[in-house]
Design a protein around this ligand. Sequence first.
Ligand code: HSE
Length: 319
Amino acid sequence: MTAATAAADSLAESLVGRAVHVKVPATSANLGPGFDTLGLALARYDELDVEATDAADHRIEVHGVGEGQVPLDESHLVVRAIAHTFHRAGVPMPKLHLVAHNSIPHGRGLGSSGAAIVAGVMAAKGLLAGIVEFTPDELLELATELEGHPDNVAPALFGGLTIAWVTPEGPRHKKLIVHRGVSPLVLVPEHEMSTALARSLQPESVPHEDAVFNVSRSALLIAALIQSPELLLAATEDKLHQHYRAQAMPETDRLIRVLRAAGHPAVVSGAGPSILVLASDPSERADAIRLLEESADTEWHALPLAVDFLGATVTDAAS
Ligand code: HSE
């Protein structure tokens, strides 16, 4: 054994017994025109307890959403994100006892994979505290490397409304505080949608006038969300992604048309199939729910959710 290997092993051993609790919000990305850029954190959470152990293997328990469906070995997305972060830190990852309590629906466009990745990055940050520290940009970079695009992981990490962009040095974000009148409503169908399938329906290039259309609506959307909610219907128009994907989620497309025709700023949440309504007050939410009940052909769940302003948290837990 070399001196470097012995030092790494002793570092890993020193982590045994460390335990953290992580809480990560759901997110809705795109928000209409802000494809791969804008995201909003929502007050529905996955919570995890992660402990470093000296056991022979990982022990993973999942309760709630994903129970009996997600893998319970090192291919579990949270464990992969922890491993990725330890690798970047240059510290061998110990075996883990991980207990997840999930409430973010899977495959519905509410950022469940981004939340799992952020949970892993934050758990690793907590387990490595005092040994290796990470800046907010580094946390965003680690999470984006696994997710592929930053628009879900930025609000999951930092909360509120986030603008995320990619630079040669890595992804960056700006967090904004949403106007207190904005009252998000998420409408969730029973069926799932694959983000990979949704992305495969996007064209390689778009007409210049469509790009200009989305630039104007994205700029307006920032003003609407932080200052002028009365502009949300105009500000949530989009020509970059939703109509290309409509064939894969026809009922989502139809209900968005019904809601928008009645004046509600409804958009596909992330890659769908859920719908996000950016209502301006709680009574508008109630109207949108009534319209959904009258118009939907299949079963949908209405989730009135507050904006989460905190983002992901990690705290020490007694082991
Ligand atoms: N911006 C992403 C998309 C969000 O719409 O494909 C879903 O991961």
